[in-house]
Design a protein around this ligand. Structure first.
Ligand SMILES: NC(=O)c1ccc[n+]([C@@H]2O[C@H](COP(=O)([O-])OP(=O)(O)OC[C@H]3O[C@@H](n4cnc5c(N)ncnc54)[C@H](OP(=O)(O)O)[C@@H]3O)[C@@H](O)[C@H]2O)c1
Length: 327
């Protein structure tokens, strides 16, 4: 059985979720004939490195293995020195410059190493440059997890729907803002109170600006526009309006007329804005769900609904890209 050596960069919510899923699916992966070995976990201040395979149970507990295998090497040094087969880039993305993920991805691809990432910012800023770099170095850049968490949008299109031309794609691409709008409607509360509730439940971050102001949705719109509609655009090309100005009164008025207000990412028109969605429409999903509608020339309309975030759910998309490379 061929071993695929993986370096995880960023061991936060998603990194740990990936490690947990690897442990859960150990037997299944063996049955598939795939041996995935995590040889490095890189954090801000250094890395755990073990070419024999890091004990993930211990790593998840932050246990004794950490001292034994700990090195002050930063992620870029680990990539260059240990040359894993796959770099899993899972750091937080800065939408202004794409760092630190952009540097990690460029280093890996330039060194002939495959990359799988859930980090939107580098791709939203430099999609074509990164794809070209991957092609030039004959490696894969897998990014299914950057859009819609567990929802299989990109791989679904690139495998099963390949023959179709997409006429339009739009949908709810941010679970936090959808949760906030749903709560405002269900409980007739203000945006601030709904955001507070989302924060208490761990659905919104302490600074929810990226979600509420439509930044996160716009990054995903950029990635989908490039990967599925061949649009050659960057984050700055997206017109963005978030949900900060939505009032309980507006929501109530919409409800009375048979509509919900949703934050919609419109890939064809490169736009993010709150829009009215008819009650009962496939896109009328509530809570933190995501939903995306593809209108294609042969298969017609296809709607995908799923969990757009979460450690375990996002690991499903990461693992699908990793398996594709490993096999
Ligand atoms: N959470 C979700 O549901 C979800 C879903 C889809 C996509 N994503 C994306 O996936 C990525 C990871 O998200 P997350 O929720 O796991 O974030 P997170 O919990 O903040 O974890 C990120 C980790 O990366 C580490 N890190 C930061 N800079 C680093 C560097 N230069 N080198 C190595 N490690 C570094 C952080 O360390 P410190 O804590 O010490 O700074 C932290 O451990 C983000 O880009 C996010 O947008 C998240």
């Amino acid at each position: 059985m061929k071993t695929t050596r993986i370096a995880i960069i960023g061991f936060g919510v998603i990194g740990r979720g990936f490690a947990e899923v690897l442990l859960r699916k150990k037997k299944y992966l063996r049955e598939l004939g795939v041996d995935l070995r995590v040889v490095a976990i890189c954090e801000v201040d250094g890395s755990l490195v073990n070419e024999g395979g890091i004990n993930l149970e211990e790593a998840l507990k932050g246990g004794s293995g950490k001292k034994r295998d700990w090195t002050p090497l930063k992620a870029v040094d680990v990539i260059k020195k240990h040359k894993p087969d796959i770099v899993l880039e899972l750091t937080p993305g800065n939408i202004k410059n794409g760092e630190p993920g952009l540097g990690h991805i460029i280093t890996a691809l330039s060194n002939g190493i495959n990359v799988v990432t859930s980090n939107k910012a580098p791709l939203a800023l430099q999609f074509y440059e990164l794809m070209n770099l991957a092609r030039k170095n004959n490696v894969v850049l897998g990014f299914e997890a950057t859009v819609g968490g567990a929802m299989p949008v990109i791989n679904l299109y690139q495998s099963t729907l390949r023959i179709n031309r997409i006429r339009s794609i739009y949908g709810i691409l941010n679970g936090t803002s959808n949760f906030v709008l749903s709560k405002m409607e269900e409980e007739a509360i203000s945006l601030d109170d709904a955001v507070k509730e989302a924060q208490e439940l761990g659905i919104a971050e302490s600074n929810p600006g990226y979600d509420i102001d439509g930044i996160d949705t716009a990054a995903k719109v950029t990635i989908l526009a490039n990967s599925l509609m061949n649009k050659r655009v960057s984050f700055k090309d997206i017109k963005i309006k978030g949900i900060r100005e939505i009032t309980p009164k507006a929501i109530e008025l919409a409800r009375k007329h048979g509509y919900s207000i949703k934050l919609i990412g419109d890939i064809k028109n490169l736009e993010v804005s709150p829009r009215l969605v008819v009650k009962g429409d496939p896109l009328d999903v509530s809570g933190s769900l995501n939903a995306i509608m593809l209108d294609t020339d042969i298969a017609g309309e296809i709607t995908i609904v799923g969990r757009g975030a979460g450690a375990i759910e996002t690991a499903s998309s990461l693992l699908s890209d990793v398996l594709e490379i490993a096999r």
